[in-house]
Design a protein around this ligand. Structure first.
Ligand code: GTR
Length: 365
């Protein structure tokens, strides 16, 4: 965060297509060590953008710069590529998106802050780092809220989703669409988890969100917030004992190599979100805004199909690699301990309304 703050004054609105930012490594499915690479690339990105911003002609086409913590090939990155394809088709190639994948521009929290101030055009993040910015984003992150994937999709495609996207605008962000992130479960280096007692005293990495800290503490474990790019090393070095994520991220970050016990608690189904900086949005004409929003929304079914396939592929591959996955026969003790965090994080009337709306929705999509 401190780094993002320092950089802020130097961050221009990204402009023109010729910024020589670092190209995502094609075909490299492994995440880059975001902490090390990110710092260097971010400087290069900002320096390049600053140099070009000065000489950028008004009608010169300029791609929207978009960040993603995941590497090329991951469903979220492929979804934004699809969005870019639709956008190009709709605007005769005038509008395009350049994706900086693999956490090249920094952690989700840092890049969100940069987007908020207009230094980055678009960002694909999980809802977690938005929890401290907008309370409504906390709702889909609540443990054991969604009853099924269909229920989650229905809520996000409907009025609750619209309310969350709209709530971001006062924070300098335009919510474009939600992408799937599946079910998150705990994994660790030590043993299978069947009951909360199995997690006692374990150091569990969480995303930068007070809600996630509270969830893990409620289970009797120690919560350690850190960015995704730091998790692999921290597991290897024993700084943490475990973390929680969906199958594709557990695979893609190679966390399974160090933490082979994956226990299917399925405690959270918080989605991903694609946001745009309001500063950049306001520079678009009304038809261009429509094209951007339309392309983002139309990339959602594409992403979901990709996601469903990827979850199955990741699961099958990791089981074949020897990951020790276990079902949790009795989830009740997890629900009992984690559910009380709702009352701490659902405090405003708008949040309560949203919870009610989601709970009353049917499961079928
Ligand atoms: C992934 C998600 C990322 C990030 C990551 C994490 O599932 O796609 O956006 O939130 O989890 O745990 O940091």
């Amino acid at each position: 965060m401190a780094e993002a703050r320092r950089d802020r004054s130097a961050i221009p609105i990204a402009c023109a297509g010729a910024v020589n930012g670092p190209a995502p490594t094609q075909g490299d499915k492994r995440p880059k060590p975001a902490v090390l690479v990110g710092a260097v690339d971010r400087r290069a990105f900002l320096a390049g953008a600053a140099a070009l911003a000065a000489g950028c002609g008004r009608d010169q086409p300029r791609p929207l710069f978009s960040s993603d913590t995941h590497p090329d090939g991951y469903p979220t990155v492929e979804a934004v590529k699809e969005m870019a394809r639709l956008l190009r088709a709709r605007t005769g190639g005038r509008l395009d998106v350049k994706i900086f994948a693999g956490g090249q521009l920094g952690s989700e929290r840092d890049t969100l802050e940069i987007a908020t101030f207009g230094g980055l055009d678009m960002n694909r993040v999980n809802l977690a780092p938005l929890n401290s910015i907008e309370p409504l984003t906390t709702i889909p992150s609540l443990p054991f809220l969604f009853r099924s994937t269909a229920h989650m999709r229905r809520a996000l495609d409907g009025a609750p989703g619209e309310a969350i996207l709209a709530a971001l605008e006062p924070h300098g962000l335009i919510g474009l669409c939600f992408y799937d992130s599946g079910e998150r479960s705990f994994y660790n280096t030590k043993r299978p988890i069947h009951t909360p007692q199995d997690m006692r005293g374990m150091k569990i990495r969480v995303q930068n969100s007070d809600l996630y800290v509270a969830m893990v503490r409620a289970l009797g474990a120690d919560a350690t917030p850190m960015s995704l790019g730091e998790v692999y090393q921290s597991l290897v070095q024993g700084v943490i004992d475990g973390a929680e994520n969906n199958w594709p991220s557990y695979e893609s970050g190679r966390h399974y190599e160090a933490a082979p016990y994956y226990s299917l608690t399925r405690h959270v189904m918080a989605p991903e979100i694609l946001v745009m900086s309001k500063a950049r949005w306001e520079k678009l004409s009304a038809p261009d805004r429509e094209a951007v929003r339309g392309a983002a929304r139309e990339s959602v079914p594409f992403m979901r199909a990709l996601w469903d396939r990827r979850v199955e592929e990741s699961r099958a591959r990791l089981l074949a690699e020897g990951v020790k996955a276990n079902e949790v026969d009795d989830l009740a003790p997890f629900v009992e301990r984690m559910r009380p965090v709702w009352s701490r994080f659902v405090v405003t009337d708008a949040q309560k309304r949203l919870v009610r709306m989601i709970e009353e929705m049917a499961d079928d999509a």
